[in-house]
Design a binder for this molecule. Structure first.
Ligand SMILES: [Fe+2]
Length: 171
């Protein structure tokens, strides 16, 4: 018979997944930042969110250490979901900046969902010290989602005008 995992084990697995997710987020942002010279506002926001992401990883390390789990005892696994989201975005849009905006939006929303789930697990499992740290990160992810949502129309418009896409003729 397989042993039913405890809430502590489920919470730990979730924290490790979030740790891997944030490393994936750093890689996703690093692939974009230097190529965004024509999109300075997006570039600046990604730079600042990169800094936030490093602090988010530190918060996860603090929580893991409080549960007697150090980050170095496990290896971050490549996240298949983020890979799938990026692949989906590739199919939807021909332009890289646009494609990345869609991938970023999907990724940040995934992060929001992950931290909401972790907060719920911390509540249910009796890990109250973890909650304010997870809440702080959740607020940063929500702010990033809001920025990406607001910026998307402008990114699309700049892409269209840069490529002089002709409007369809009226009939
Ligand atoms: Fe994020």
């Amino acid at each position: 018979m397989t042993k039913t995992p405890s809430i502590r084990e489920i919470f730990l697995a979730g924290l490790r997944d979030a740790h891997a997710m944030e490393h994936e987020a750093l890689a996703l942002m690093d692939r974009q930042i230097q190529h965004l010279a024509e999109y300075l506002d997006v570039q600046a926001r990604l730079r600042s969110h990169r800094g936030e992401t490093e602090r988010q990883i530190e918060r996860l390390d603090i929580i893991l250490a409080s549960l007697d789990e150090s980050a170095s005892t496990f290896k971050d696994m490549a996240m298949s979901l983020s890979g799938n989201l990026a692949a989906l975005a590739t199919m939807l849009a021909p332009d890289k900046v646009l494609k990345n905006s869609l991938a970023n939006f999907a990724f940040e929303n995934f992060e929001v969902a992950s931290y909401r789930a972790l907060i719920e697990m911390a509540r249910e499992g009796g890990f109250p010290d973890a909650i304010p740290l997870l809440q702080e990160t959740l607020q940063e992810e929500l702010a990033m989602v809001e920025f990406l949502e607001k910026t998307l129309p402008a990114v699309v418009q700049r892409y269209l005008s840069a490529h002089r896409v002709a409007k369809p003729a009226d009939h």
